[in-house]
Design a protein around this ligand. Structure first.
Ligand SMILES: C[S@@+](CC[C@H](N)C(=O)[O-])C[C@H]1O[C@@H](n2cnc3c(N)ncnc32)[C@H](O)[C@@H]1O
Length: 245
């Protein structure tokens, strides 16, 4: 089903099942395809990944003391991208299979992963004896979260933030209108897919009611890929948002 301009919840059980199945396709030759899709265009995954790292990494202004929280981290590709400029990195994802791949790929006392739902991130972090973070990444997962939980996740991010924190969000958004894919069979992915593409206006309204009320400002935002060949969807576009307090 394709639903336009209406608020309709999607099923998390379906999304979790979808990513557990993706994890079975993991290929170390093109590791990021597991969460970046584009199954028919493996080169696009590599090009997009390079642009993403080149563009977003400087925005994070990482320092040796930075404590990085990576929400919906998948196989933890950002633990690799951030290089050595951090003191702690923690990735959370609700796909146990993706987390197992991440754990097998990284072996450092400064890097850890938690299998769990980001809607309850503060509880998960407390259970795992973690403190607060000053760099929070939320890349490629806003689309899998229903509206009420997205407000909750933003509030949870604020709860897990240090006084000075940079939050970077990357999301696929609707170019001109809100679009929900509900149990939609994707020819490209050979599976049912569930996702909500909000408009830029809707994203900003959510930030206004959460981050802006808690001292964060939107410092920058815009399309992720300038090159139109990397933006290969008709109705949606990848956008980044940089917030800071
Ligand atoms: C497209 S992938 C992005 C992975 C990674 N952040 C990246 O940029 O490559 C989306 C990820 O969101 C995770 N996810 C979706 N909903 C989640 C939730 N409620 N809690 C934790 N992880 C979630 C999925 O398991 C999947 O790994």
């Amino acid at each position: 089903m394709r639903i336009k301009n209406q608020i309709e919840d999607i099923s998390y059980a379906q999304t979790k099942r979808f990513f557990e199945k993706r994890a079975e396709k993991y290929d170390s030759e093109n590791p990021n395809a597991v969460t970046m899709f584009q199954d028919g265009h493996p080169e696009l995954v590599k090009q997009r990944n390079a642009v993403e790292a080149q563009k977003l990494l400087p925005m994070l202004r990482l320092e040796k003391t930075s404590r990085v929280l990576d929400l919906a981290c998948g196989i933890g590709k950002w633990a690799d991208i951030i290089g050595d400029n951090f003191s702690e990195y923690c990735g959370i994802d609700f796909s146990q299979k993706l987390i197992s791949i991440a754990e097998a790929n990284f072996n450092s006392p400064r890097i850890s992963f938690i299998a769990g739902d980001i809607t309850i991130m503060s509880e998960l972090l407390r259970e795992n004896n973690k403190g607060k973070y000053d760099r929070i990444l939320f890349f490629g997962a806003v689309m899998y979260i229903n509206d009420s939980d997205l407000y909750k996740i933003c509030d949870e991010m604020i709860r897990c933030s240090e006084e000075h924190t940079i939050i970077c969000i990357k999301a696929s958004i609707g170019k001109s209108e809100r679009l929900t894919l509900k149990d939609f069979f994707s020819e490209e992915l050979h599976d049912n897919y569930n996702a909500i593409y909000r408009t830029d206006e809707e994203m900003r309204s959510i930030f206004e009611q959460t981050f802006f009320r808690n001292g964060f400002e939107l410092k920058d935002s815009g399309p992720m890929y300038e090159n139109s060949e990397l933006n290969n969807r008709e109705e949606t576009i990848q956008y980044y948002y940089l917030l800071e307090r």
